[in-house]
Write a protein that binds this ligand. Structure first.
Ligand code: C2E
Ligand code: MG
Ligand code: MG
Ligand code: MG
Length: 283
């Protein structure tokens, strides 16, 4: 690449770093445009009861179409978080998911709980509670049909204020789950203090089931610990029958993964819900 180092400051950046900065700036611009022009979409991935094969809920996952492909949330969410854009984007996801869920209920679909990912910055917003109350009010969705997914890092080292937000949300009837459980720093004590409804075992543990004894045992231990605290346990990223069987034997409650379905657009999700038992659909 051409090296234009007209000022001293440039010398501190390698080409790779410059490349990365350009990419970040480009992504930031795209995020602004996406918000303004409503490019974002929400896809839904079913959460399936491991015994009945029934869909019991769905995770709302943000999609950003761009130039005929999708930019992965793992790429753009971190930038949205750093730039603060996650606040308007996150609010839009909440509104869209609640509205969609209410529409499905009005249409006569079996009522399902929709879970929405909340980034740490969103969770720290002063007005989060009011925002959620307003969205539920506007959309007419009953609080029990909304779940918020947060990662361990979102409330580590947080004090009484966080505790209060949790308590208020729980009081309203909104469910709370810990996403990517086992990957973050966690002092298990918080699980009890915060009265969390649900643990989602991270895909990295599920991936190793049947391959790696230690990680299989870890998945099993997480399930047992969570169940002893009366939590619902969801395994993420389940892709094979062997993993499913292991999780069934370990008494896991729900699974989410490609074995049943990837995240799909709303119209496709409706077709899935109308199936009685997804266990019968596995090839
Ligand atoms: P997550 O919340 O842990 O979501 C699960 C991710 O695992 C999704 O990736 C989903 O498509 C993927 N997945 C589920 N089952 C399988 C499987 O069987 N195999 C494989 N290979 N993947 C599977 P996705 O949609 O790319 O999202 C990635 C992450 O981006 C999410 O991880 C979440 O942390 C973040 N994210 C997505 N949407 C939002 C959002 O609206 N707000 C925030 N704050 N973060 C979001
Ligand atoms: Mg999630
Ligand atoms: Mg996860
Ligand atoms: Mg994740």
């Amino acid at each position: 690449a051409a090296k234009r180092r007209s000022t001293n400051s440039y010398q501190f950046y390698t080409d790779a770093m410059r490349q990365q900065m350009l990419l970040r700036m480009e992504l930031e611009t795209i995020l602004h445009q996406a918000l303004e022009n409503q490019w974002f979409q929400v896809y839904y991935q079913p959460r399936v009861n491991i015994r009945s094969g029934q869909i019991v809920g769905m995770e709302a996952l943000l999609r950003l179409p761009y130039n005929g492909a999708f930019i992965s949330p793992t790429e753009f969410i971190p930038i949205a978080e750093e730039t603060g854009l996650i606040l308007p984007i996150g609010k839009w996801v909440l509104q869209t998911a609640c509205k969609q869920n209410k529409q499905w209920q009005l249409k006569g679909l079996r009522p399902l709980r929709v879970s929405v990912n909340l980034s740490p910055n969103q969770f720290s917003q002063k007005n989060l509670l009011r925002q959620i109350e307003e969205i539920l009010m506007e959309t007419g969705l009953a609080p029990e049909w909304l779940e918020l997914e947060i990662t361990e890092s979102a409330f580590m080292n947080k004090g009484a204020a966080t505790l209060n937000v949790f308590a208020s949300l729980r009081q309203m009837g909104v469910h709370i789950s810990i996403d990517d459980f086992g990957t973050g720093y966690s002092s298990l004590g918080y699980l009890k203090r915060f009265e969390i409804d649900c643990l989602k075992i991270d895909k990295t543990f599920v991936d190793e089931i049947g391959r790696n004894r230690k990680d299989s045992n870890l998945a099993d231990a997480i399930i047992r610990m969570g169940k002893s605290l009366n939590m619902t346990i969801v395994a993420e990223g389940v892709a094979t029958q062997a993993q499913l069987t292991f999780l069934q034997e370990s008494n896991c409650d729900q699974v989410q993964g490609y074995i049943f379905s990837p995240p799909v657009p709303p119209a496709e999700f409706e077709l899935l819900v109308n199936k009685e038992n997804l266990l019968n659909e596995i090839g």
